[in-house]
Design a binder for this molecule. Structure first.
Ligand SMILES: [Zn+2]
Length: 135
């Protein structure tokens, strides 16, 4: 994967969700499509962090089933996982790196400290990819 394209509106939805979930991490699933190593986000599905933790997040199995069913109904794919780091930079934690292995999609992280989004994929190692904002 080389790049992820996300709209300004989708970013606003994710930032609002992050602010609503403070002081805990927020999470969401990104629906869309991948073409020529570029992921385009079509829709965001806001999820609940059942851990209610400022340093970790978990989406329940029930909600994951609902998310995958919704993606199927809308004929779209899960292209990314979003979560926030309320108190740290937008860089994958050791736990994130572990879960990236079992969830090989684009991982988008928003930092509540520097207020920016960054995106990563796990290939042979963790690599950062660019985020393009569309309007
Ligand atoms: Zn994290």
């Amino acid at each position: 994967m080389k790049k992820i394209i996300i709209t300004e509106d989708q970013k606003k939805i994710l930032v609002n969700h992050t602010n609503n979930e403070k002081p805990n991490e927020s999470c969401a699933i990104l629906f869309g499509s991948v073409k020529e190593q570029v992921a385009s986000v079509k829709e965001v599905f806001l999820a609940n962090n059942i851990e209610e933790s400022p340093v970790n997040f978990t989406i329940s199995n029930e909600q994951l089933i609902e998310i995958y069913k919704t993606a199927e109904d809308r004929k779209t794919d899960v292209v990314g996982i979003f979560h926030s780091h309320p108190n740290s930079e937008a860089y994958p934690s050791s736990t994130d790196k572990k879960f990236m292995q079992s969830n090989p999609v684009v991982w988008v992280i928003y930092s509540g400290v520097s207020k920016n989004f960054r995106a990563y994929v796990l290939e042979s190692d963790i690599s950062e990819i660019s985020i393009e904002t569309s309007f």
